[in-house]
Design a protein around this ligand. Structure first.
Ligand code: C2E
Ligand code: CA
Ligand code: CA
Length: 729
């Protein structure tokens, strides 16, 4: 990973630095310890020399000794006792020699016994120069470099005597009282030799903390051992004191090193772990950011770009088109029967369908053209720099053909088809809002022109749209002012057998402030498109049910739009309206078209069943004009069939008469009631009556009339011609 190398390098640097520091401080501590050792050793040696000299003084500064040494012959026993053997016991002095004023040996003691004075030769080369020096310098060193106060002058040195390191100390034998005269430089001398044996060094070592201290002629090969040279007064080396050094630094280093290493490794590991966690978090964050970004720009179901991508790409394409004056085509695609598939086969099938559509669309364009899903069953294609309008037409035709091919869904085949609206830049505009609006208008046109086709935007569509939008606005205003602008007229329905008026059909009227009375045929569709139909339908239902209270026992039929029927709250509204008005549900009949029932989603079927359970009757309006064959009549869960005016119109022809007869007998066979609408002539009336149609409705009997007229009609008086509503009806 990216951060590993820096961390490892940093950790290594720190490690090296710390170990270096440790090593350095260890060395430094050891160097100081070594210097201390050296100082100690030279001090110890100097003190040892002094101690020998001091011991000598116990007998050499003594009147009696001066007298005895002058005696001739000498008294060897006295000398043994006081100047010779005695020193061996008293001060551990190994050899003693007494020299006469001319430095000739006159007495010798070696290893506790009197010896021949000639044995002095073995140390003469060391002692003679000391004696000479002593006779030349007569000042008593009151304080030597040690701490011992000296009574007489003396000279001492280190030397190798008889092959062994030794202290050689020379002291004059002088009067302690000062009573005996001695010419300066003529005093007899007392020479003491102390061998620096293993005991000596061991003692020194113990005293000063030098482990395993011993004498060696050479420093030796033991690299762990430390040594100081033993030097005589002229700087000559007489051997070495060797010992196992106390190296605190190295010990600390040795003890601390591994611990430090472990701590450092642990620290590095922890830092590494933290850093990798951080890196992982950062990585995850980055991933989810990219994921979110992708999600924000793409449609999850199809993987196509979504509306955001589409808008961004369209803006880019438009600015290119502006700069280079190139052609750009925008295709808005809407699937024609997607909702039916979704409703009948379920959402998973709907999803699968959308995915297949996406694949087919992508296959129809070049890689750099954009296919986006704008939502639901809406897609858009951006074609950059098509050769010409014909090229776009060819693509549209291909897409339409591709989407007309069946789709394999959940084991069954679905036919859906698509409508395409096309807008071209720069001809239709170079602004995103403008271009998408025009593609949308063209799409609307394609749909109203009969679906499964494509339509290029033309300026006259703009006019249609404008007037459509105006009508939406007027309709909204009418709804806001419903008591004045809207009213419901009622067209009576009569029973064939006794000519009784059995019901009325509520028909909406709009008294437009500018255009006068407008028929529903002109505005119901606008209401449906603008979504105002639900409010409008509710208003009609409420008004009709309320009016029905004036006509007890009379059936009131109300037309409902498929959109109302699909609404989940419709049944509740009906129930509530009836309850509020106190009208029996059996007196209400709802008229719906075949198309409304064909789109029978689960919702519509449920609503229908619930309404009928409630006691409300359902009538199939405009029967025969729909797509389904007449024999499907039994498939509709309705109580009544209303034969469309177009059939009634042709009963005077042979095929027309046969058709109506067939409808009537089919309906009757299925236990349905029949109403014929649009009956204008007596012949039609007679024919319908002869084939067994139950009820009739039409101008022959009555035009739709205001509510106030219904009562009169009910009382049996047919309305006067001049009372009839305006020519429109
Ligand atoms: P519809 O449901 O088929 O209503 C019957 C239409 O035929 C009415 O037209 C009525 O005036 C007309 N009509 C009746 N008898 C005759 C006749 O003998 N000859 C001729 N030529 N026409 C006759 P209207 O009132 O213009 O309504 C047109 C359509 O508007 C209705 O057709 C209905 O589908 C719809 N509509 C009317 N009111 C409403 C409403 O409140 N809600 C909904 N959703 N649709 C409505
Ligand atoms: Ca009707
Ligand atoms: Ca009708």
């Amino acid at each position: 990973m990216r951060f590993t190398a820096p961390i490892v390098v940093a950790a290594l640097c720190i490690l090296v630095l710390m170990l270096g520091l440790l090593q350095w401080s260890g060395r430094e501590v050891d160097r100081i310890a070594r210097e201390r050792d050296r100082a100690i050793v030279s001090l110890v040696l100097a003190q040892s020399v002094e101690r020998v000299a001091h011991a000598q003084e116990s007998s050499t500064v003594w009147d009696e000794a001066v007298r005895q040494v002058r005696k001739t012959p000498l008294d060897p026993s006295w000398l043994d006792l006081n100047l010779g053997e005695w020193f061996e016991d008293y001060a551990g002095i190994d050899e003693v020699y007494i020299l006469d004023p001319r430095d000739r040996p006159i007495y010798a003691m070696r290893e506790g016994a009197r010896a021949a004075p000639e044995s002095y030769v073995a140390l003469e080369n060391v002692a003679a120069p000391l004696a000479k020096l002593l006779r030349a310098t007569r000042t008593v060193q009151k304080r030597s470099n040690g701490n011992l106060a000296m009574l007489s002058a003396g000279q001492g040195d280190l030397a190798v005597v008889r092959g062994r390191p030794a202290i050689v100390s020379v002291k004059p034998i002088v009067s302690d009282s000062g009573g005996l005269k001695q010419a300066p430089g003529t005093e007899p001398l007392h020479v003491a030799v102390v061998y620096l044996d293993d005991d000596f060094f061991a003692r020194v070592g113990r005293q000063y903390g030098l482990a395993d201290a011993h004498y060696a002629i050479a420093p030796g090969a033991d690299s762990n051992a430390r040594s100081v040279p033993l030097c005589d007064r002229h700087g000559g080396t007489i051997g070495y004191l060797v010992w196992k050094p106390f190296a605190p630094g190295r010990q600390v280093t040795a003890a601390l090193g591994p611990a430090l290493l472990v701590v450092l490794l642990l620290t590095t590991a922890v830092i590494y772990w933290l850093a990798s966690r951080l890196a992982r978090r950062t990585h995850d964050l980055e991933e989810s950011r990219l994921h979110a970004q992708h999600r924000a720009m793409h449609d999850e179901l199809t993987g196509l770009g979504n509306r955001a991508t589409f808008e961004q790409r369209l803006d880019e394409a438009l600015s290119r088109s502006r700069r280079h004056k190139t052609l750009l085509a925008l295709l808005y695609i809407d699937l024609d029967r997607f909702k039916q598939v979704n409703d009948t086969l379920g959402h998973p099938a709907g999803d699968a369908l959308i995915r297949q559509v996406a694949r087919r669309l992508v296959a129809e364009v070049r890689g750099y053209d954009l296919v986006a899903r704008l939502g639901g069953d809406e897609f858009a294609i951006l074609i950059g720099e098509p050769a010409d309008r014909q090229a776009v037409e060819r693509i549209c035709a291909r897409v339409v053909a591709e989407l007309e091919r069946p789709f394999d869904l959940a084991g069954s085949q679905a036919f859906i088809g698509a409508s395409i609206g096309v807008a071209l830049a720069p001809a239709d505009g170079l602004d995103r809002t403008e271009l998408t609006r025009k593609a949308d208008i063209a799409l609307y046109k394609a749909k109203t022109n009969g679906r499964s086709r494509f339509c290029f935007f033309t300026p006259d569509m703009d006019h249609d749209v404008r007037s459509r939008e105006e009508s939406y606005r007027d309709l909204r205003l009418a709804l806001a002012d419903c008591e004045r602008q809207l009213r419901v007229h009622y067209q009576p329905i009569y029973a064939m057998d006794d000519g009784r008026m059995v019901g009325v059909e509520a028909l909406l009227r709009w008294k437009h402030p500018e255009h006068g009375l407008v028929g529903p045929a002109e505005f119901i569709r606008s209401a449906e498109e603008s979504g105002l139909i639900e409010v409008l339908g509710d208003w009609v239902l409420r008004r009709a049910v309320r009016d029905a209270r004036q006509w007890p026992g009379l059936r009131v039929a109300v037309n409902v739009s498929p959109i109302q029927l699909r609404s989940r709250v419709f049944v509740d509204t009906v129930r509530q309206v009836l309850a509020e008005a106190g009208v029996e549900p059996e007196r209400l009949e709802l008229e719906m078209t075949e198309t409304a029932l064909m789109a029978a989603s689960g919702d519509v079927a449920r609503s229908l069943a619930e309404l009928r359970r409630l006691g409300v009757a359902c009538a199939l309006d405009d029967f025969g004009t729909g797509y389904s064959s007449l024999s499907h009549i039994r498939d509709f869960a309705v109580d009544r069939v209303k034969i469309d005016r177009s059939f009634v119109n042709v009963v005077n022809t042979v095929p027309g008469a046969a058709l109506v007869e067939a409808i009537v007998s089919l309906a009757r066979a299925n236990g349905l009631c029949l109403t014929a609408e649009g009956v204008e002539e007596q012949e039609q009336y007679d024919f319908l009556r002869s084939v067994g149609c139950h009820e009739v409705q039409g101008y022959l009997l009555s035009r739709p009339v205001p509510a106030s007229e219904v009562g009169r009609l009910l009382r049996g008086s047919r309305p006067e011609r001049e009372d009839r509503p305006s020519a429109l009806i």
